[in-house]
Design a protein around this ligand. Structure first.
Ligand code: XIL
Length: 373
């Protein structure tokens, strides 16, 4: 369990269930929550791990159940996890994720059905390791999508059907799906998904969505799907950000332009690295200097960086609120800084500060504006 001393008293009371009735009432009514703060604007979500949904990580569990009305699976629904071999499904963590969201009345987001990364190795190849034919891959995609979606039919609010299909220059990423099926893999996946669960929302999801070339391609894909009568309900703009990206104006333009297509716009996977953007090619001869450059703040963020980070996050949040007419959900990629994937990406073992809650489970200062309203 994380450092309990630093968790707000009301949250501890909720976690342990060890308080008197009057204290419980105080906790229920007095703790300002993110889901209340944004209830008239959009859903507010977090990516969660099995440690949270199994109740092992009590701190994450208490923050998620208190503050968020939507969750997304950080890893447990990716094909390498849920469908590790042909015909073999591992439902354990995904079941626990869906049960957790159901118990808490949350909008549950499935992530992700078709993605080249964390792809089960068997998926695009035959027993000799060569790519399968287009027909075989279609069959495998249909089986995978249908099996996974059917298990959670009626429980999952929306699915990231296809993840990260387009490169920053607007061309298709050369993945096994693209290599074997060409551009048609996207419409095919959406058709399979719509047939498997007619009620679930279906999304495209990608990063670098401020890129004008990428924006143009996604708008073309959305329009093309609709013209062909294939359902798409939303576009997820992954919000992996840093201290020097994205270009705020272009990001905002993407929100507006995606919104004009008529599909819902979601800010997914929101986090903002507080560390300098890594230049792995940097020519730094001295190892200690190199490590310091990669991991400059192992003991906490300097005040000026912390202020700048909060300022940028606050400006982003204001941008999301300005466009709450088209933004349906804002989801953080994790809960507290200590749990973030950014501590290990793009370099392992960094101390990062990218999320909405600190390592001691406190909301970051930029959220105070909303939590005190
Ligand atoms: C990341 C997870 O957070 C890590 O735990 C995992 O090791 C790698 O994947 N884009 C996505 C997410 O769509 O699924 C990725 O999640 C982050 C980038």
């Amino acid at each position: 369990m994380k450092n309990l001393c630093l968790i707000p008293v009301a949250a501890i009371a909720l976690m342990l269930g060890a308080c008197s009735t009057s204290q419980k009432q105080t906790a229920a009514t007095d703790v300002p929550t993110l889901k209340d703060a944004f209830k008239d604007s959009f859903l507010i979500g977090a990516a969660v791990t099995p440690a949270c949904t199994d109740g092992i990580d009590h701190a994450a569990d208490s923050l998620v159940s208190l503050h968020f009305n939507s969750i997304v699976a950080e890893n447990c629904m990716k094909s390498e996890k849920i469908n590790p071999a042909e015909g073999v499904y591992d439902w354990k963590d995904a079941d626990s994720f869906v049960d957790y969201g159901t118990r808490h009345g949350m909008k549950i987001i499935g992530h992700t059905l078709v993605w080249h990364s964390q792809l089960a190795p068997w998926f695009p190849v035959d027993s000799t390791g060569k790519y399968v034919t287009a027909d075989v891959l279609k069959e495998r995609l249909r089986n995978h999508i249908t099996t996974v979606m059917t298990r959670y039919k009626g429980k999952i609010h929306g699915w990231d059907v296809v993840n990260e299909a387009i490169l920053d220059d607007g061309t298709y990423r050369k993945t096994p799906f693209y290599d074997i099926l060409g551009e048609e893999f996207i419409p095919f996946a959406f058709e399979c998904a719509a047939a498997a669960d007619p009620e679930a929302e279906l999304y495209l999801n990608d990063y670098s969505m401020a890129s004008p070339a990428k924006r143009e391609t996604y708008i073309r894909i959305i329009n093309d799907l609709r013209k062909r009568g294939i359902r798409i309900d939303g576009i997820g703009m992954q919000g992996h950000m840093g201290m020097d990206y994205p270009d705020f104006d272009e990001f905002e333009k993407s929100i507006v332009e995606y919104g004009k297509t008529g599909v819902g716009v979601m800010i997914t996977e929101w986090d903002m690295s507080a560390l300098p953007t890594v230049n792995t090619g940097a020519n730094v001869a001295d190892t200690a200097a190199y490590n310091k450059m990669l991991n400059p703040y192992p003991d906490g963020l300097p005040e000026d960086i912390d202020r700048k980070w909060n300022d940028r996050m606050g400006r982003m949040m204001e941008m999301f609120l300005r466009h709450s007419d088209v933004i349906t959900r804002v989801t953080a990629w994790g809960v507290t800084d200590g749990d973030s994937w950014k501590n290990n990406w793009p370099v392992r073992g960094r101390t990062e500060y990218p999320l909405l809650f600190s390592r001691s489970n406190e909301p970051k200062p930029f959220l105070n504006t909303y939590l005190s309203k």
